[in-house]
Design a protein around this ligand. Structure first.
Ligand code: ZN
Length: 233
């Protein structure tokens, strides 16, 4: 993986704006790969591990966000480092098949890949059923919910990076809980805020100095900040 330049990141942001989260993740990976990897064939955990590394290279290691306390609905600050939530993702080289026997049912399945997340129905239950159908290699049909739950649990256990939770405590009411953390939506939201700032900075510097967009984007962040400071002083 390689870091993205400001121009490349802006290009990904523009192309990804009308797309789904899954496809935005695909664009980020495509743009940052130095050797040709089939990003869509990676497990969700391997994809998310990649995006966490890219996020660290792009905006640094510190993650700061806001969660909502499920008990009192207060906003709770969340703060951790990327390394705190990195786990060993299964290798994309060895796509495992898993088997499960429960209540007389025998099923075989593989882990969901990044490609499986594309074009899922919007409704969560329908999306879950569709995703499970795609991953079953034998034992399809109307499996009971308990068996499907067991399949989902085994998938999560085999691909822990796909299901990251952060332990939080609410300072207002003391409630403890584990909040799900999704790197795709978190990183994309940061990229969106960054892109809006960057376009404003390009506008300011291009207006003041007559520079082209490519000139401003090619500048180091330090130099850009200095020029902005002089324009604004
Ligand atoms: Zn609370």
């Amino acid at each position: 993986m390689r870091a993205l330049s400001a121009a490349e990141l802006l290009d990904v942001w523009e192309r990804g704006a009308p797309l789904s989260w899954a496809r935005r993740a695909g664009l980020l990976m495509e743009a940052s790969q130095d050797i040709s990897t089939v990003a869509s064939a990676l497990s969700i955990g391997a994809r998310d591990a990649w995006l966490l590394r890219l996020r660290k290279q792009t905006f640094g290691s510190d993650v700061e966000g806001v969660a909502v306390c499920p008990a009192c609905r207060d906003s709770v600050e969340m703060r951790f480092a990327v390394d705190d939530i990195q786990v060993d993702a299964p290798s994309s080289e060895s796509p495992h098949t898993f088997t499960l026997s429960q209540s007389g049912w025998n099923v075989a399945f593989r882990l969901p890949t990044a490609a499986d997340l594309a074009d899922l129905p919007n409704e969560p239950d329908a999306a879950r059923r569709c995703l499970l159908d795609r991953c079953m290699t034998s034992g399809q049909g109307s499996l009971p919910d308990a068996v499907l739950d067991a399949v989902v649990a085994k998938m999560a256990e085999a691909d822990p990076q796909a299901d990251v939770h952060v332990a939080l405590q609410c300072p207002s009411c003391g409630h403890h809980w584990r909040a799900a953390f999704d790197i795709v939506s978190f990183f994309w939201t940061e990229i969106h805020a960054w892109a809006c700032r960057m376009l404003r900075d390009v506008h300011t510097l291009a207006s003041a100095y007559g520079w082209k967009e490519t000139d401003v984007l090619a500048m180091s962040p330090v130099r850009r900040r200095w020029y902005l400071g002089m324009v604004n002083s």
